[in-house]
Design a protein around this ligand. Structure first.
Ligand code: GDG
Length: 586
């Protein structure tokens, strides 16, 4: 293709053409710098004005960069598994708990593995309606599923992303190949969905799905949200094929993280391992422009508060039957998937310490939902927890059969769960590391505003960034002593202080709910086609999107230099953009 045959119009014709190539970056650096100083001097931001004209959003305000309303578009959500959407069944994972309301309310299509494996290639099941939304499941190839799911996803990535490298299984080329194959199969299945205006991919199983979709020439905006933490450069280096993985993540237009810490870690990994710099959390790669942003996942606090009140009537018997078994006045609660990241063992050791110092001072209702039990590390952990519970109950139980720990396997209806949260004086969340931790937020939302319980929260939970030390009692989850001291302080805490902390926490939760989270992500995903801040347009690779956006240069010489750079650039465009090109770059 003749490089000079690309026009500004062609450059704007496809969202994918807005993804700049590295050699183009240098070209636009001068314009970018010039624009920054111009912006600092308060001159009009021409790009903003132009954007408002081209915006696909109703209610987009010119120049404000704010979008008042969501676009009318078909959103596809993709995750490894989809939720059951059965009100009678518990939501046993954070991702399901988060996405179900988003799909039901927004009318999105949610695609995920069916759990049935196919002999050959991937197969799509018919669409199922759930509220306004729909679910489509994929039968994935049997040959690669185990290597993808048990292998690379859950025995390599999961522990590494939680900085628990000692839990990583040894490198396996085969597992990584299977991971890529399943991501490819998901991409092929997705490409068969007819209407898809934007795609939102979820979690660590599908880090390279964006790249696979781009290879199938899918050009719509594609966003990714990571539910887990992202570790530092030394830890990510331990992940086999980490360079490929990080590179493939740059095929996404928008990459969302739970916390600022995770986002910073990701940018630092790009810098250390790929030598890539970011500016205002935007990264430019040979695949284009990727924006990184923090979207702290939330819950529906009002709904949890209502469930908690309902539960005291609807599940009165279930709740009091548990309390009858406990041998003291104060109750703590822990609710976790049975996962070694959740730090349940140290919590039980803390209880042991506490009961040794202050017999009968507290009981624990521990709800543990079985998870990934076919992976040896998980089945072992589950056995360890069961035996720790037995030991503590043997040591501190009373003669009349009361035990300090009631250990229940999960699968409670959500309403009942809310009732258990409400009756507990202390919510104990002692994970070693977690992307966010919804249980901490649910516990707070379920409290009686006039007599709330206290949240004891690991300082390594993503939630600790929002529920800070003035609100929750932060602990070091590796120290049973520290946890015991915090639980002890929680049960002694005067009511006024509990109310003060509760109010600060509930205000925080209400300020950014799960609905805000999903709306904000989608809103931010769509502008990745063109509603970026004006400052970033200078990075786009085509210099500017049309004449109205040509930056104002301080001198004619500067302008000439910039234009010459653009003309000298060898454009490498995706086929689709090349097909639409017309005219020269003059
Ligand atoms: C991942 C990240 C991030 C548990 N047992 C029952 C039950 N649950 C529900 C809880 C809560 C969810 O499962 C667990 O969510 P978490 O956030 O605590 O943890 P993960 O499953 O590890 O979630 C995490 C999350 O994704 C979202 O981004 O916060 O960091 O690891 O909603 O209530 N629900 C019911 N019965 C149970 O027995 N109904």
């Amino acid at each position: 293709m003749d490089p000079s045959s690309v026009s500004f119009a062609a450059a704007t014709a496809s969202p994918r053409t807005s993804r700049a190539r590295p050699e183009q970056l240098k070209v636009n650096q001068a314009a970018f710098e010039a624009h920054l100083s111009e912006a600092a001097q308060g001159r009009p931001r021409q790009a903003d004005i132009e954007l408002s004209r081209h915006s696909v959003f109703a209610g987009h305000e010119a120049g404000s960069g704010m979008v008042a309303q969501q676009p009318d578009m078909q959103l596809i959500l993709v995750s490894n598994r989809v939720s059951s959407f059965d009100a009678g069944k518990p939501k046993t994972g954070g991702l399901a708990a988060a996405l179900e309301p988003a799909v039901e309310r927004s009318g999105a299509v949610w695609m995920g593995a069916s759990g049935t494996l196919s002999d050959g290639s991937e197969q799509l099941t018919p669409l199922e309606q759930h509220g306004k939304g729909q679910v489509v499941k994929v039968d994935l190839p049997a040959a690669h599923y185990a290597g993808f799911y048990h292998g690379y996803s859950n025995s390599t990535l999961w522990p590494a992303l939680h900085s628990l490298t000692e839990r990583m299984s040894p490198e396996s080329e085969e597992h990584y190949n299977s991971y890529c194959e399943i991501n490819r199969a998901m991409a092929r299945a997705l490409s068969r969905l007819r209407k898809r205006d934007a795609i939102w991919v979820h979690d660590y199983h599908l880090l390279s799905l964006g790249k696979e979709l781009r290879e199938l020439t899918i050009e719509q905006p594609i966003g990714f949200f990571l539910h887990t933490p992202w570790p530092n450069p030394d830890v990510i280096e331990r992940v086999p094929h980490h360079l490929n993985l990080m590179q493939s993540m740059l095929a996404y237009d928008l990459v969302g993280f739970q916390t600022r810490r995770d986002l910073n870690n990701f940018l630092r990994c790009l810098q250390v391992h790929l030598g890539m710099e970011s500016r205002s959390d935007v990264v430019i790669s040979e695949q284009g422009l990727t924006r990184c942003q923090v979207f702290p996942i939330g819950i529906d606090p009002q709904q949890f508060a209502e469930y908690a009140v309902e539960s005291l009537v609807e599940y009165r018997q279930e709740i009091s039957s548990i309390q009858d078994k406990l041998n003291c006045t104060k109750l703590a609660i822990g609710v976790d998937r049975l996962d070694y990241t959740k730090g349940i063992d140290n919590r039980i050791k803390a209880l042991d310490l506490l009961l040794t110092n202050k017999p009968h001072s507290i009981s624990l209702l521990q709800i543990g939902t079985s998870s990934r039990a076919d992976i040896p590390a998980y089945s072992e952990y589950q056995r360890d927890i069961a035996s720790l519970v037995e030991d503590v109950n043997r040591k501190h139980g009373s003669d009349d059969g009361c035990e300090p720990i009631t250990y229940r396997k999960g699968h409670f209806p959500q309403v009942e769960l809310a009732g258990h949260y409400r009756t507990a004086d202390v919510g104990v969340v002692t994970l070693l590391r977690d992307g966010m931790n919804l249980v901490a937020k649910e516990y707070v939302a379920a409290q009686d505003p006039n007599d709330p319980g206290v949240l004891v929260l690991s300082k390594f939970a993503g939630a600790a960034e929002e529920l800070n030390e003035n609100m929750a009692l932060h602990v070091d989850p590796t120290s049973p002593d520290d946890i015991a001291a915090a639980i002890s302080a929680a049960i002694e805490m005067p009511r006024e202080e509990r109310i003060e902390r509760y109010r600060a926490m509930i205000n925080t939760l209400e300020a950014y709910t799960i609905h805000d989270w999903s709306k904000e992500f989608v809103r931010e995903l769509y502008p990745s086609r063109g509603a970026l801040p004006a400052d970033h347009f200078r990075y786009l690779g085509f210099g500017w999107l049309n004449e109205a956006q040509v930056p104002m240069y301080a001198t004619v010489e500067e302008l000439n230099v910039a234009v010459k750079h653009v003309q000298d650039t060898r454009w490498i465009l995706p086929e689709s953009a090349a097909g639409r090109s017309r005219g020269g770059l003059d």
